[in-house]
Design a binder for this molecule. Structure first.
Ligand code: ZN
Ligand code: ZN
Length: 334
């Protein structure tokens, strides 16, 4: 491994403040862990919620970042799944108890003792990170490091949200056409599902981006699509979109809220929910979701649209994501 003992990292010292460049000791892998040289790490909207203090269980100081692609450089005891030199991906789900009712039911995404990468466990906005090998994924060869990074959260959470829409859907609405939506739109098109993209009103750049990925219709979130939809996924953290989305789904249709945080949902008449429409949220991911999406990606094939930034420019990437400037995903390169 690298002989130097310190690494560059971008650190959140307290909520509400920009990340700070620091030199920190390179962490060492404990039992069951791998030490990873980070080659790329995506920036996710959840990172904004941690920075802003919307999510309050962060360890501080904290290295954010849960879409990590890198190379194993050292393995701790009891690691048989990965070897030094192998490329791995590290997602948001960092650790679960394996014993609670949720874990035993295959709902490890709901484990109450879970710990999350870049939230309670230091993540990938750094040159090195350690991760529990049982929660890492091998990645398909056809993807470069930066191209693979958005699959690890935008892709996985999007995929779980898509599954929650049920089988047999023919028309799918996507609210907020960012990193997740641009990937799930491709999965839906691959499945023969018609995609309807809802962006901020008058955001023609994102609407034409959606069309370029196969959306049959793109418009503002204040518009009605030409026909009722079977399901809608809300990726934008905007509670007002819940009643808006209920108005575009057919009787029996589902509205899935994919984000970890959302502004308050305004009250709305019961008639909008009536006729067996439902609203549900999606929390985290299971390793099964991850493996399914990673297996599916080369078949579609999923193309990730990325904007790369050097690690030290992490605050610029965060700002661009916050302002909705990006078509696709922001990725930091150490
Ligand atoms: Zn558990
Ligand atoms: Zn994420």
């Amino acid at each position: 491994m690298n002989s130097k003992e310190v690494m560059q990292a971008m650190v959140l010292e307290k909520a509400g403040s920009p990340l700070v460049a620091q030199q920190l000791p390179i962490p060492q892998p404990g039992k069951g862990q791998v030490l990873i040289r980070v080659n790329a790490c995506g920036v996710c909207r959840t990172d904004l919620h941690v920075i802003d203090g919307d999510l309050q269980d962060a360890k501080l100081p904290l290295i954010l970042g849960h879409e990590i692609v890198g190379q194993v450089v050292k393995t701790g005891d009891n690691v048989n799944s990965f070897k030094s030199g192998q490329r791995v991906g590290v997602p948001w789900l960092g650790e679960t108890c394996g014993r609670c009712d949720f874990c035993l039911r295959g709902e490890e995404n709901l484990c109450s003792s879970a710990h999350y990468t870049g939230y309670q466990i230091d993540g990938g906005f750094a040159e090195y990170t350690v991760a529990d090998a049982r929660y890492c994924f091998a990645l398909p060869d056809g993807y470069g490091d930066a191209e693979a990074a958005p699959l690890l959260c935008a892709g996985l959470i999007g995929y779980r949200s898509y599954r929650m829409c049920g089988t047999g859907i023919r028309r799918l609405g996507l609210y907020g056409f960012g990193a997740s939506a641009h990937l799930i739109a491709q999965v839906a098109v691959y499945d023969g599902v018609a995609v309807y993209a809802f962006t901020r009103p008058l955001d023609e750049r994102k609407q034409s981006f959606a069309h370029s990925l196969g959306a049959v219709w793109a418009g503002g979130s204040d518009e009605l699509p030409p026909e009722p939809l079977d399901a809608a996924i809300i990726f934008a953290p905007v509670g007002d979109l819940v009643p808006a989305a209920l108005q575009v789904v057919r009787p029996g249709g589902v509205v899935v809220c994919a984000g970890i945080h959302m502004s308050d949902i305004p009250s709305f008449p019961y008639a909008q929910l009536w006729e067996e429409r439902s609203i549900r949220s999606v929390a985290n991911l299971t390793r099964r979701d991850g493996q399914e999406l990673i297996n599916l990606a080369p078949k579609v094939p999923l193309r990730t649209s990325i904007h790369t930034y050097p690690l030290r420019k992490a605050n610029d990437a965060i700002q661009d994501l916050r302002q909705g400037n990006l078509t696709g995903a922001a990725v930091l390169i150490p």
